[in-house]
Write a protein that binds this ligand. Structure first.
Ligand code: 4NP
Length: 145
């Protein structure tokens, strides 16, 4: 059972911290973290509107801080979850030779949703829709462990 799970998006201020925040409540026995493939927001808390949408559902993600995804993460985690195909490609580009840990799209765990990626609410502004999809995928992920 993979117990160390890393959620990855682009900026690490919207989708992946929300995914981490949802999953750590749903599955407290797993070790979780999140990261962004880009460094723009390193050190920052989750984006205000995402924090507010999460808070409205009783989810506090204000303690999380953004960091950039790094090659070492392949050794530190058992499973890496990407929010979209571009994240997945950027993650795979850093995979060390010989490392074989799975990198999966989060929507793989939400087959009934019909979504094949988690749209970025930084651009769509649909923070609630993002949290809905994350909730479905998080339950699927927990069931898969
Ligand atoms: P995220 O959203 O990848 O879900 O954290 C983004 C937030 C900020 C930016 C890009 C994506 N940005 O370019 O600043």
């Amino acid at each position: 059972m993979p117990t160390r799970i890393l959620f990855v998006c682009l900026g690490n201020i919207c989708r992946s911290p929300a995914a981490e925040g949802v999953f750590r409540v749903l599955c407290p026995e797993a070790e979780t973290d999140s990261a962004g493939t880009a460094s723009y927001h390193a050190g920052e808390p989750p984006y205000g509107p995402m924090q507010a949408a999460a808070k409205a559902r009783g989810l506090d993600i204000s303690d999380l801080r953004a960091r950039q995804f790094r090659r070492d993460d392949f050794a530190a985690f058992d499973l890496i979850i990407a929010m979209d195909a571009s994240n997945l490609e950027n993650i795979e580009a850093l995979r060390p030779a010989g490392n074989e840990i799975p990198v999966r799209l989060f929507t793989d765990y939400a087959p009934t949703s019909g979504a094949d990626y988690v749209p970025d609410p930084y651009y769509t502004r649909d923070f609630d829709g993002c949290l809905d999809l994350i909730g479905i995928a998080a339950k699927g992920l927990k069931t898969s462990l």
